[in-house]
Design a protein around this ligand. Structure first.
Ligand code: AMO
Length: 449
């Protein structure tokens, strides 16, 4: 390893020799002094070259002059974006806005020279930025987004692990659809056709039949969704969990709340100040319990506010979600709301129905700041009922045999949810699109890089 100090650790260090490495963010090449702003993954620092020698005196035989001349030239010629290793004297200087320290350069090595023109400009639009995603990701805001994501996922994992849940990795190549047949990617698979998993739904339920008790998976999901909205991707990271011995979807919502609170608390604690500085927003850890409103009631509330969800038997539409969010904010001061008890007609066959009303399911959607981030439910575990529900939905039991078999050899009551990771981050950090918070976005017209 090249011995280097991370920029974030410089302020706490004593003055003296130090080596830093990163890329050139800016150069100010003045007559008698040169300034370079070096950025690494942890921050930016000012480097100063006071020993500027523009031209070598042919009479001089002082090797120091030759060295200074070479350094001056290297700094004059270095393009922004180049990766450099710099050694020098760390000095405290309160007048330096960038962290109150600077480094007087002794040696300046260009490890990898960038081309002089950078294709991403400060005012470049999202498409150019995504074309050059690796350059876009050098921005401190982008770097922060992925550190926030790491912290958020870690906090969720801690909750699951403390509860004794098992992490699983389910296959993404499947022989059948895992949600509806719409939005299904198919591909040639030797002599047959395979489908890309839309959700780990069936396999996370299988773990309940396997007696795992509780499981989680953070992995890719694929949807051949042709839309260009700010919240849809054709490939996204799905945060999934499933666990046994629940009594209703209420148990699933309680775990969901616990996970969200753990994730938000950890993000606030670790990155709250930086988020405030870079995005100008304060992370709010939601209080529990989150408000719960049955879907039918939510539609009534929205109607009274002057907006009617177009079809009575339909899911909330985006405007309905915004309206109910505004209501919840006014009434409960809360950013989250569970819409519960969705109609059977708009839920998949595997959702358990109310014991006293087969028109309603033991299910919910979690809405955060006006956008659906999750779907959760208690599952139907009684094979005869499950099979009947599949037939009612027009599914062919023979095609689902492998799944239905999970329920023929004993299975505990269970439930779980799936949550779009990018949607949570987008809304938490008040970003305009999941493109901003997805490492490499995939949409109908984007397959590269
Ligand atoms: P659902 O289809 O509602 O439920 O998906 C769960 C969550 O995944 C996210 N999501 C998406 N994110 C980005 N782009 C997309 N095209 C996209 N589609 C879905 C959303 C959504 O709330 N098996 C069930 C979950 C369960 O019951 O456990 C399922 O997949 O945030």
């Amino acid at each position: 390893m090249i011995e280097r100090v991370l920029v974030k650790d410089l302020a706490a260090r004593a003055e003296g020799p130090v080596t830093v490495a990163g890329w050139v963010e800016k150069v100010r090449d003045q007559r008698y002094v040169q300034f370079v702003v070096l950025r690494d993954e942890s921050g930016a620092v000012q480097l100063v070259n006071g020993g500027v020698v523009r031209e070598l005196d042919p009479e001089s035989s002082d090797p120091k002059d030759t060295e200074r001349h070479a350094r001056t030239t290297a700094i004059s010629e270095v393009a922004t974006g180049s990766f450099i290793v710099v050694s020098g004297e760390l000095q405290k200087n309160e007048r330096v806005k960038l962290g109150g320290v600077e480094i007087q350069i002794d040696s300046f090595e260009v490890v990898s020279q960038a081309e002089p023109e950078t294709p991403v400009k400060p005012d470049s639009g999202i498409d150019v930025r995504l074309d050059w995603r690796f350059l876009d990701l050098r921005r401190p805001e982008q770097n922060l987004i992925f550190r926030v994501q790491t912290t958020f996922e870690h906090a969720l994992r801690e909750v699951w692990i403390n509860r004794g849940f098992v992490e699983i990795h389910t296959p993404k190549l499947m022989a059948s659809a895992s949600e509806s047949r719409a939005e299904l990617f198919s591909l040639e698979y030797f002599e047959t056709t395979a489908y890309l998993a839309q959700s780990p739904q069936f396999f996370k339920q299988m773990a309940q039949s396997a007696g795992f008790g509780g499981i989680f998976e953070v992995g890719p999901a694929f949807r051949a969704d042709p839309s260009f909205t700010s919240r849809h991707a054709t490939e996204f990271t799905s945060v999934d969990t499933e666990f046994s011995w629940i009594e209703s979807h209420e148990d699933v919502m309680q775990l969901h709340e616990e996970l969200i609170v753990a994730g938000f608390s950890s993000v606030k604690e670790k990155h709250g100040d930086e988020i405030e500085k870079l995005f100008g927003i304060t992370i709010e850890v939601p209080s529990t319990p989150f408000p719960r409103i049955p879907l039918a009631e939510a539609k009534e509330i929205v109607k009274q506010r002057g907006y009617e969800v177009p079809r009575a038997d339909a899911d909330m539409d985006p405007e309905g979600e915004r309206q109910i969010t505004a209501y919840v904010k006014e009434e409960y001061g809360h950013d989250f709301v569970f819409l519960t008890d969705y109609a059977t007609s708009i839920r998949p066959f595997y959702h358990m129905r109310h014991a006293d009303n087969p028109e309603l399911t033991n299910s919910y959607d979690l809405i955060y700041r006006g956008t659906e981030i999750s779907t959760g439910a208690q599952r139907e575990h009684r094979i005869a009922v499950l099979e009947q529900q599949a037939i009612e939905k027009g599914l062919e039991p023979a095609e689902l045999k492998f799944y239905l078999d999970f329920f023929r050899h004993g299975v505990p009551p269970h439930g779980g949810f799936g949550m779009g990771l990018a949607r949570v981050l987008m809304l938490m950090l008040e970003q305009s699109s999941i493109r901003e918070v997805t490492y490499l976005f995939r949409g109908p017209t984007r397959l590269q890089p």
